[in-house]
Design a protein around this ligand. Structure first.
Ligand code: SIN
Length: 504
């Protein structure tokens, strides 16, 4: 028997739009070679607010030719930027970080308007995004090579690190600020020039960041931002095949990642891909259940479940299953769903109609195979077209779609388990491996399980693992390469060996 608990709505009608403190941050043109430009075709596309479907702004629909010009611009800027002293690159990034923090309210407002996440989450994202410029401003002067004992005693051997060259940075809509700075920060710290393809659903944040980069003094052509919606595939092809581009960094789905990787193989580019996840979240019988509930809420429902690292399959030991689900229910009943601009909203809309359709399909599939709806389970059309209720599904079983596919929405699916061996086997039974989480108070088990999970990132007794100091990235079909941390800059450097004969 399905139990339905009504969702709390923050409101069911549009709230009035606050104004930007600095309206010049809302750009309607692309940023190429230090200038604001339209598409040559003059075509534009509409950016809408997923909460209200109202038009927020228009952006240029760049095409192949526009993109090629941006790449050539970056190439010409790279020839001088690569010679910039590391301290100068550090100073530029530090200034950019400061400007982002000074303009946090405006940047957060732009994020909420185009992405829908609540303003509080948007502010957190701005801080997270700016932290990558701060972090990599500190890494820029710390790029080291080695001296090595050559096999031939008549030779001396060393390595130097050099910037890889022009980089294509292809960014997703779920973190329209942070996923750009996490790529551009290390790229510029290394001395590269970049062309950023802003997400078609949420391009305005990238353009505002470009404006702040301009004010920070980033030289013309070093940081370029291009936008497109319909032409995204065409542009993606140019960004991954153009011979001038030496590196592609992409965050997005595994399916698109495969296409881009295939395209990039034509010119053997250096790649880093952060792709889809299907994170297991395991609650053992010895866990502190309240800590695990807090971890799950942070991990599962951040921006309504639209993160690559959010829990997709929640495995709970049978002996604590009912208690845990009940505790989660008590918390989600307090959530307020609505327009992110409303200060009472805790959870916003999904990004587009496809996202709503996928979440609905996953819920229907699970229910048709025996899952029980504990909470939600339906669209919230009375709030808006792109809202889906916070959903708890119990009695999940193998063979349901959620076992194999990332839902990317506000659905917490609870699977019971009996033994550690069984849960590790099932947790690893997926083609992807981005993040995994578990909760236990047994120290030996903590090490055992952390090492047994086939993922790139593990949260032990913690559900929020995002940190500029931590290497972010996956294994298996979740991709390769690491972003953030001391490792992030390596993705934008090449190691050159220099051997010197001294006996000639
Ligand atoms: C992502 O969902 O791709 C990024 C999440 C994060 O950095 O916290």
């Amino acid at each position: 028997m399905q139990k339905r608990v009504s969702q709390l709505f923050a409101f069911a009608h549009p709230v009035s739009l606050p104004k930007l403190r600095d309206p010049s941050l809302l750009k309607t043109q692309c940023y190429v070679n230090g200038k604001w430009v339209d598409a040559k075709s003059k075509k534009t596309f509409i950016v809408d607010n997923p909460s209200t479907l109202a038009e927020v702004s228009k952006c240029p629909e760049f095409d192949q030719q526009d993109t090629e010009e941006a790449i050539l611009t970056a190439q010409s800027a790279f020839t001088s930027f690569r010679k910039t002293p590391a301290r100068e690159r550090a100073r530029l990034l530090r200034r950019w970080h400061e400007l982002m923090m000074e303009n946090m309210e405006d940047l957060a407002l732009i994020i909420t308007l185009e992405n829908g996440k609540p303003l509080a989450d948007a502010r957190t994202e701005v801080k997270y995004a700016a932290s990558f410029f701060e972090w990599f401003s500190e890494e820029a002067p710390r790029i080291y090579g080695d001296t090595i004992q050559a096999s031939n005693p008549g030779c001396r051997l060393m390595t130097v690190k050099e910037p890889v060259g022009v980089c294509s940075l292809i960014a997703p809509w779920n973190f329209p600020a942070a996923m750009i700075t996490r790529k551009a920060g290390p790229a510029l710290a290394a001395g590269c020039a970049v062309v950023v393809k802003a997400p078609g659903e949420a391009p305005l944040t990238a353009l505002a960041i470009a404006e702040l980069g301009h004010r920070a003094g980033i030289p013309a052509g070093v940081f370029n931002v291009i936008t497109a919606l319909e032409n995204t595939v065409e542009i993606g092809k140019v960004l991954t095949t153009h011979p001038v581009v030496k590196k592609v960094s992409f965050t997005g789905s595994t399916g698109v990642g495969k296409i881009l990787m295939n395209q990039a193989s034509s010119t053997i580019k250096k790649l880093s891909f952060e792709l889809g996840g299907n994170a297991p979240f395991i609650v053992f019988d010895d866990a502190d259940l309240d800590v695990a509930v807090r971890g799950l809420i942070a991990c599962k429902f951040r921006i309504s479940g639209q993160t690559c690292v959010c829990a997709n399959r929640i495995f709970v030991h049978a002996s604590v299953y009912d208690t845990f689900v009940q505790k989660v229910l008590e918390v989600v009943k307090t959530f307020r769903i609505g327009d992110g601009l409303d200060s009472e909203t805790t959870h916003g809309p999904l990004i587009h109609d496809r996202a709503i359709a996928k979440v609905h399909e996953h819920v229907q599939d699970a229910v048709s195979k025996g899952a029980r709806i504990v909470h939600g389970g339906e669209r919230l059309t009375e709030v808006g077209a792109r809202f889906f209720g916070i959903t708890l599904l119990a009695d999940m079983k193998p063979g349901m779609k959620i076992c194999d596919e990332e839902t990317f929405g506000p659905v917490a699916a609870f699977f019971p388990f009996e033994t550690e061996e069984e849960v590790i086997r099932v947790a690893n039974e997926t083609e992807v491996g981005l993040a995994g989480y578990f909760f236990s108070r047994d120290n030996k088990r903590c090490w055992r399980v952390a090492e047994a999970l086939d993922v790139g990132m593990v949260g032990v007794n913690v559900g929020a693992i995002s940190d500029p100091a931590a290497p972010f990235g996956g294994v298996k079909q979740s991709g390769f390469g690491r972003e953030g941390s001391k490792y992030g800059i390596d993705e934008y450097l090449i190691t050159k060996m220099i051997m010197t004969g001294i006996d000639t």
